[in-house]
Design a protein around this ligand. Sequence first.
Ligand code: UN1
Length: 503
Amino acid sequence: MNHDERTRLFEDCGIRAEERSGGSLRVRSPIDGAELAQLHETPPAAVLQAIDRAQHAFIRWREVPAPVRGELVRLWGEELRQAKASIGRVISIEAGKIVQEGLGEVQEGVDICEFALGLSRQLHGRTIVSERPGHRIMEQYHPLGPVAVITAFNFPSAVFAWNAAIALVCGDPVIFKPSEKAPLSGLATFRALERAIARFGDRAPAGLAQIVIGGRAQAEALVDSPLVPLVSATGSTRMGREVGPRVAARFGRRILELGGNNAMIVTPAADLDMAVRAIVFSAVGTAGQRCTSLRRLIVHREVREALLARLLPAYESLRVGDPMEEGTLVGPLIDAAAFDAMQRAIDDAKGQGGRLLCGGDRVHAERFADAYYVRPAIAEMPSQTEVVRRETFAPLLYLMAYEDLAQAIALHNDVPQGLSSCIFSNDLREVERFLSASGSDCGMANVNIGPSGAEIGGAFGGEKETGGDRESGSDAWKQYMRRTTNTINFSTELPLAQGIRFG
Ligand code: UN1
């Protein structure tokens, strides 16, 4: 895409020329290193004003019936559907995703809007029997207040949609801070929401959805404000280690989606062809830059050779290059720092007794001097050494062999992160053991399917250093609301609970 085509695309997505120039936040494309925009950062004082506006919006929005709020996300879903191709392309240009993955990400936004629309009629509490005669107990879920959504570069559109669609039907205004590495995709997604709000009319209060542009200072203003009862933050474990305690110190709620170190166990009862396809998609898709990317392959000794005989040729045939070109499966890393981190991890792996089986080298450096393309790498490790236990956000897969399933599961769980996991096996006993209480310790555990590419209908998130929270589908909406327990006495007596007689 040349400069003019990019300009037209941004205009199509509602990102205006004046907001793309003259600011201090320089946005670059990982495809060729070209500068895409100079965005204006929101001054921290303006972030506080945005929070204030959101508080005012909350007072009105919480009174709008939930199914009416659902109508707004229905319109947002329509806008996203209509703009799918354009927003998908912005994601490709800015985050380096191949076209299919850029489109898939926008589809996640459409899907969560439809989910949230249905949810808007199902924000149910329970009715609970009382121990006292003539009494009834019930629960209600009420709107919580402004929700801050802080996202990462690798899912610059969908993660905002997961949070905002649910927050909005739950009665909460949203303030979005996209990653400073991919704010244009965030803006494009946000503009679709603004168009939906315009169509929804004056039932939407001013300040219902706001975006702030910037980095640490803007995030800190959101994290520290007592007027923001929920902070949903996606990013590194290092970031979460700071955000978590700061939100807790003011008794706020948080949803943290942090690092993953996702593994696949391949047993002798696996369908190896299927396993290979799943490995390739989940280890090299998005150039290994998903929090759900496959990073560790734990293979039974008996099938190690047969698996490698299929996997290595599959890796060899991968087309690495411009993500906008048809046939490309692996786009660029986000920046030089990501490339350096991958090289460091490969060196560390070698230093820790590992052997590089393929990949790891930079390609297309002559065509794109300021962009970082690498061949996906596999390193065979003698054991789960330090480098294997840390998350490197790149297409670097560690291979380890095991003898018996108990050992494989122990190895699987012996990392600080706990996001996603999977087993390839057609043996019922192996599968059920992996899914049991003493199996995978992750928030997501899959069978005969890779660890990445989760559907929006399930709760998404992980344990341990991944943060322990859930977002997206299932009952994750409950975190965006406050629960009240109501005890109603319709008798003429005033019996006390626990059989207490008083006076
Ligand atoms: C992320 O990488 O932050 O399950 C989110 C997946 C996607 C979402 C990933 N649906 O891979």
